[in-house]
Design a protein around this ligand. Structure first.
Ligand code: TA6
Length: 287
């Protein structure tokens, strides 16, 4: 495996960047949405889910990987989850750091204006840094002359062998809003949050370190500058209504999304907001 950043042009018109690290880890990002499609850990195990029915076409979001939610979370005036994931980003470049980590940077200049679907001018940057772990840094800069506020999330789809057998660690004692029960607020009491039915919850002000626990592995999820965590799985009944997801695929993923989805982030002119998420797959010690 060549260490560094490889580039391929897809027949769909998207450009695909493959970052390969000496530890054996690998990540694939496309300039469409600055969307991370694949992350293989140091053992070569794929950790992200990508739907077999995912659509790769401009104007449509890609089902799986890590879609970037910005500046709207969910439905609203803008397309669902905002425009960042359906915009073509610029590849700024890649660099091999002294530590050996490889960073690729993407940017999106949003001009805004009265004719635009979102009138505010901003610059988004996404830095994808691969070593034995994966760190994704998102920067939002207000380039306009009025303040604006936004929501954002790294809508991460984790690939699992069976959704009901995995659990999210670290949410016990945290309040959540249940989007399937009219946003009702309740407190999580489980040490391990499992999905055994359709789940769509926002954990408000969640801890900055969580883990996805699956048989022999834990994927540690660390966040910064992102207040909340969304846990989502549509289950069979939900999957039946999602055209770019096969029915049986609902059991092969869980979304655990680090984001600012409850309280909007306010950015004044010239200000920048930085957030990040680090993922690390660790083999569990035999007990
Ligand atoms: O983050 C959870 C969620 O907002 C769910 O409500 C669900 O609809 C999901 O995201 C997928 O949204 P999408 O627009 O990608 O179909």
């Amino acid at each position: 495996m060549d260490v560094g950043c490889g580039v391929k042009q897809g027949s769909d018109g998207f450009t695909y960047y493959t970052l390969s690290h000496a530890s054996g880890s690998q990540v694939v990002v496309t300039d469409y949405g600055a969307h991370i499609l694949s992350w293989r850990d140091t053992r070569g195990v794929e950790r992200l889910f990508l739907s077999e029915k995912a659509v790769f076409a401009r104007g449509k979001p890609i089902r799986g990987g890590i879609p970037l939610v910005f500046p709207q979370f969910g439905k609203g005036e803008l397309p669902s989850h905002g425009f960042a994931r359906i915009s073509t980003w610029n590849f700024v470049g890649s660099v091999i750091e002294q530590s050996g980590a490889i960073t690729a940077t993407f940017s999106l200049e949003w001009r805004g204006g009265a004719d635009s679907m979102w009138r505010h001018a901003c610059e988004l940057k996404l830095e994808v840094c691969l070593s034995h772990e994966l760190t994704i840094t998102m920067k939002v800069k207000n380039q306009g002359d009025t303040p604006f506020s936004f929501f954002s999330a790294l809508h991460t789809y984790y690939r699992v062998s069976e959704v009901s057998k995995v659990g999210v660690e670290g949410l016990s004692g945290c309040d959540y809003l249940d989007f399937l029960k009219g946003h009702a607020r309740a407190r999580e009491e489980r040490a391990l949050v499992r999905c055994d039915a359709a789940t769509d919850r926002v954990y408000v002000g969640s801890p900055d370190t969580l883990a996805l626990d699956e048989s022999d592995t834990r994927v540690v999820i660390e966040k910064g500058g992102l207040a909340d965590t969304v846990v989502w799985n549509p289950w069979l009944e939900g999957a039946q209504t999602i055209s770019d997801l096969s029915q049986e695929e609902y059991s092969r993923f869980i979304c655990v999304e680090s984001g600012n989805v409850v309280h909007p982030v306010l950015l004044r002119q010239g200000e920048e907001h930085v957030s990040r998420q680090t993922l690390r797959a660790e083999l569990k010690r035999p007990t």
